[in-house]
Design a protein around this ligand. Structure first.
Ligand SMILES: Cc1cc2nc3c(=O)[nH]c(=O)nc-3n(C[C@H](O)[C@H](O)[C@H](O)COP(=O)(O)OP(=O)(O)OC[C@H]3O[C@@H](n4cnc5c(N)ncnc54)[C@H](O)[C@@H]3O)c2cc1C
Length: 314
């Protein structure tokens, strides 16, 4: 179904949603890489009921994608078909439940959750301070840092499936492991309940400060990047394999393997999504040749493919 057919056939949906539906939104401004084409529609639901309404009424053949802070996503240059959902407004709320529980909307930023937990003297969520994503993205990726990950602090998550049915699941049901959660297809997380331990504010804030300082030493801060590009293969560090394959500083167009942390790909300003993806594929090829190991993309690549020009590799 084309965008035009869809818009006219779904007039009722358009009139009855309470959130914001915007056509042809360029996703480059909504992702950390700062590249990529447009989404046919961007939907920012007003609340959970509004999201349920859209999912129940939207024809199933219309693709639906959910975007958090876009800090782990590469949107291809051809853009994204269908509807991209972004959880803002009420979905960014964070609340406290005595003694050590935090309930956060899926659109809340990880750093805000960390700061909120510190203000309530709840320890265990400090690692969130340096992860530049949202709770929804973190649940999906089982994001982690400094030896902790979402699976360690999650008690329960709420999600809406593609038919608009709400689910509440315990952490164990999501089978979270290293940078991966078994999220059922089409689920959109709407909130999460985290459990920590009581501790004094000062020690929590000190650990957060150390986490950020360590990050500033080890990672290219202030650059357009998607964070770690590849997951660490069992028994290996992806950055070491990339370095050993001679890829540090490798470029395709204006995309570059970071000199500071070679599992980070950087957009130096004028890179296209094709440049960045071609660079990642070239890194995979060279690592395979050098070590025999297949790297797995941690970064999610979405949208329409374009030809990748391998001649640009230098
Ligand atoms: C500078 C930098 C440093 C980083 N450091 C770390 C780090 O230390 N540790 C780490 O783990 N990661 C790190 N990352 C990667 C990234 O921040 C995390 O993976 C983060 O959890 C992604 O969250 P997001 O909201 O940006 O997700 P997005 O990139 O927007 O989306 C990622 C995936 O999650 C899905 N998703 C998003 N929201 C929802 C939802 N509500 N329901 C269902 N699915 C959803 C998307 O569809 C997509 O598949 C870093 C990235 C950058 C740019």
């Amino acid at each position: 179904m084309s965008l035009q057919q869809y818009s006219s056939s779904s007039g009722q949906i358009w009139k009855n949603v309470r959130g914001k539906l915007t056509p042809m939104v360029s996703l480059d401004k909504l992702t950390w890489f700062g590249v990529g084409g447009s989404s046919e529609w961007l939907f920012e639901p007003f609340d959970e009921q509004d999201l349920i309404f859209l999912l129940q009424n939207c024809p199933k053949e219309i693709p639906i994608h959910v975007l958090g802070a876009g800090s782990n996503t590469l949107v291809r240059d051809g853009g994204v078909k269908g509807i991209t959902i972004k959880l803002n407004g009420l979905f960014t709320q964070i609340t406290f439940e005595s003694p050590n529980k935090i309930i956060a909307g899926a659109g809340a930023s990880d750093a805000e959750v960390a700061r909120f937990a510190a203000s309530k003297e709840i320890a265990g969520l400090e690692f969130l301070i340096g992860i530049p994503g949202t709770v929804g993205g973190g649940l999906c990726m089982n994001a982690g840092a400094n030896g902790s990950e979402f699976g360690d602090i999650l008690e329960r998550a709420s999600a809406i499936d593609r038919n608009g049915i709400r689910h509440v699941v315990g952490a164990s049901e999501l089978k979270m492991n290293y940078r991966h959660t078994q999220t059922p297809k089409g689920w959109i997380y709407t909130s999460a309940e985290f459990i920590g331990k009581g501790a004094d504010k000062q020690s929590i804030r000190e650990r957060m400060r150390q986490n950020l300082a360590h990050r500033a030493d080890a990672q290219p801060i202030g650059k357009r990047t998607g964070g770690s590009t590849f997951a660490n293969p069992a028994g290996h560090k992806a950055w070491q394999l990339i370095e050993a394959a001679g890829c540090r500083g490798l470029r395709v167009g204006d995309a570059q393997v970071s000199d500071k942390h070679c599992n980070f790909l950087i957009n130096n300003g004028l890179a296209t999504a094709s440049d960045i993806e071609a660079l990642g594929l070239e890194v995979c090829k060279r690592v395979k040749k050098n070590s025999g190991i297949d790297l797995r993309w941690e970064i999610k690549r979405i949208g329409l493919n374009r030809d990748i020009n391998e001649e640009l590799v230098r």
